[in-house]
Every structure is written in structure tokens, then in C-alpha cells.
Design a protein around this ligand. Structure first.
Ligand SMILES: Nc1ncnc2c1ncn2[C@@H]1O[C@H](COP(=O)(O)OP(=O)(O)O)[C@@H](O)[C@H]1O
Ligand SMILES: CC(=O)N[C@@H](CCC(=O)OP(=O)(O)O)C(=O)O
Length: 295
């Protein structure tokens, strides 16, 4: 009996959040590093289905960097990163589109649907959801100490999000699952960092929340302790003083951009924790790092 009462208590803790988030859109970025063990993949799919059944509108944007890397390696093709972006020649672009839009996207769709969700896979080409242009990456040349443009190939940045297709799917009870492949004005294909796509989609949808699932507990301070909240005005200091580096920089920047565009809060959480999304959304304490306006 005690165990049953404890379970009821857990449900009651969730009640104010279920009420607050009813009919709200939640954009969840599912990183390639978080798609590891089978039980975690199933747990993620079940979380998404539960969110939909209790009246929220989850939108999934996925990555797949490690999965792309494995295929390129099997082909014997070298891959390089500049400022966290994969240098993408024509052959690499084909692999990226096949892996993200094909295998990875369909695996997530199938997993959600096997738990009675109604997921539909999309890339940025569908309904011209993600219109992109070539990304210009500037870096300092150590010899001349001048800033130079580095050609990273078909890497794109988001020019515009056309959310009509997402709204149409949501209205019909479907769960959009989006691969971060963009389309240019002339129909060309672009490879875009999945965090950046998730942030821009959350902004365009005026989502209640953006959740980035990654492979670390959240943002940590210099002594390795988790920082549970970051005000968007304080984030640049954490980058400038070196607390935040590497792959965490685009994450925090896209969280800040999303909040500036009207998203209420963005969260960076550990996708290796089972049911991470539910723990973040429906418990008082939450997990990971929340980015918002706290001042
Ligand atoms: N202050 C910080 N707190 C947490 N992680 C950080 C920090 N600074 C840099 N990182 C690095 O950022 C990584 C997350 O970025 P990334 O590997 O690109 O994630 P994903 O593959 O999920 O997109 C962490 O694993 C960690 O190595
Ligand atoms: C331009 C660029 O780097 N694109 C990424 C797209 C996938 C991605 O972002 O995947 P994760 O979220 O799993 O890292 C790539 O090619 O790896």
C-alpha cells in the first residue's frame, strides 16, 4: 500500500506541470551521442509518446554525428571538423543525407510508433521546412594574424524556418521527427549542426521549452560542479572565461538565441539518464542546466 501511495505522490508532483504545459510545444534535440543503448532509445521513445498523450506537442530534432562518422570510416573516407562543424564535400553530403534522413530518422520514427505514437520523419526539404545558406566560417590565420574564411563545403546555416508542415502535423496528432538537412534557394542540400536547427525551430514555433539531450550532466563550472541555471546575459562570460568550450559553445549559444526569440526556457540535460525528458519536465528539481531569464 505504501508503495502505491508513493506512486500517487509522484503523479501529483507532475500535476502542476501537466496543467502548465497542456497544448504547449516542446522541441527536443536528440543528439547522436545520446542514442546509445537500446533501453535508452526505447525510454526516449516512450517519453515522447507520453508527452503527446498527456496533451503536449513534442517536436523531435535529431543529430547523428557518430553514426555519420562510422559510415565514413567504413568507406575509408577521412572527416574533419572546423569549429565543431563537419567539413562536408559532395560525397560526404550524400552520406550525411542518407544516414540522417534515412537510417537514424527512420529508427527514431519506428521506435516512437512501436509505442503507439504517430511519428512522421521529415528533413528540412519537406515543405521547405529548413531553408539554408552556405555557412561562412572565419578563423584567425596564425601566420598572418588576419581573419580568413575557411571553406567548409556544404555546411549550412539556417536562413529561414517554414513551420507550416510542423503545425499541420501537430494539428493531426502526429509527432514530427526532423533530420537537420537544409535546402538552399536553388534546391541544393546543406548539412547543418542539429543543435542550431533545434534552436531555430524552437524559436520559430515560440516553443515553451527547448531540451537538448547530450552525453554530459549539463553545463559544469571550472571545478566540475553542475551549474543548474544560467541567465542568458551571463552566458557570454562563461564562454569568454573558458568555463564553456568545445561542443558546449554552440549548445549554449543556441539556447540563448532560442530564449531571445521567445522560448520560455532551454535545458541541457543528460540523455544517458533513463527518462531524462520526463525528469526535467515533471519534477520540481529537474536535472541538468536550465538557460533562461533569471535576473
Ligand atoms: N562547461 C562545460 N560543461 C559541460 N560540458 C562541456 C563544457 N565545456 C565543454 N564541454 C564539452 O561539451 C561536450 C558536449 O558537446 P558535444 O560533444 O558536441 O555533444 P553532442 O554530441 O550531444 O551534440 C561535453 O561532452 C564536454 O566535453
Ligand atoms: C555541420 C555538421 O557538423 N553537421 C552535423 C550534423 C549531425 C549532428 O549535429 O549530430 P550530433 O547532434 O549527434 O552531433 C554532422 O555532420 O555531424
Amino acid at each position: 500500500m505504501e508503495e502505491l501511495i508513493r506512486k500517487a505522490g509522484v503523479l501529483m508532483e507532475a500535476l502542476p506541470y501537466i496543467k502548465r504545459f497542456a497544448n504547449k510545444t516542446i522541441v527536443i534535440k536528440y543528439g547522436g551521442n545520446a542514442m546509445v543503448e537500446e533501453h535508452l532509445k526505447r525510454g526516449f521513445a516512450k517519453d515522447i509518446v507520453l508527452l503527446k498523450y498527456i496533451g503536449l506537442n513534442p517536436v523531435v530534432v535529431h543529430g547523428g554525428g557518430p553514426q555519420i562518422g562510422r559510415v565514413l570510416e567504413a568507406m575509408g573516407k577521412e572527416t574533419n571538423f572546423v569549429q565543431g562543424m563537419r567539413v562536408t564535400d559532395a560525397e560526404t553530403m550524400d552520406v550525411v543525407e542518407m544516414v540522417l534522413g534515412g537510417k537514424v530518422n527512420k529508427e527514431i520514427v519506428a521506435n516512437i510508433n512501436s509505442h503507439d505514437g504517430k511519428a512522421v520523419g521529415l528533413s528540412g526539404k519537406d515543405g521547405r521546412l529548413i531553408v539554408a545558406r552556405k555557412l561562412e566560417v572565419k578563423a584567425l590565420n596564425p601566420d598572418t594574424l588576419t581573419s580568413e574564411i575557411i571553406d567548409v563545403g556544404m555546411v549550412g546555416e539556417v536562413e529561414q524556418i517554414n513551420p507550416d508542415i510542423i503545425n499541420a502535423l501537430e494539428d493531426s496528432g502526429f509527432i514530427p521527427v526532423i533530420a537537420p538537412v537544409g535546402v538552399g534557394l536553388d534546391g541544393e542540400t546543406y548539412n547543418i549542426n542539429a543543435d542550431l536547427v533545434a534552436g531555430r525551430i524552437a524559436g520559430a514555433l515560440r516553443a515553451e521549452k527547448l531540451i537538448l539531450l547530450t552525453d554530459i550532466e549539463g553545463v559544469k563550472d571550472k571545478s566540475g560542479r553542475l551549474i543548474s541555471t544560467i541567465d542568458i546575459n551571463k552566458a557570454p562570460d562563461l564562454i569568454n572565461d573558458g568555463t564553456i568550450s568545445g561542443g558546449m559553445i554552440p549548445k549554449i549559444n543556441c539556447c540563448c538565441d532560442a530564449v531571445s526569440e521567445g522560448v520560455h526556457k532551454a535545458h541541457i540535460i543528460d540523455g544517458r539518464v533513463e527518462h531524462a525528458c520526463l525528469l526535467e519536465m515533471f519534477t520540481d528539481k529537474g536535472i541538468g542546466t536550465a538557460v533562461g531569464r533569471f535576473a
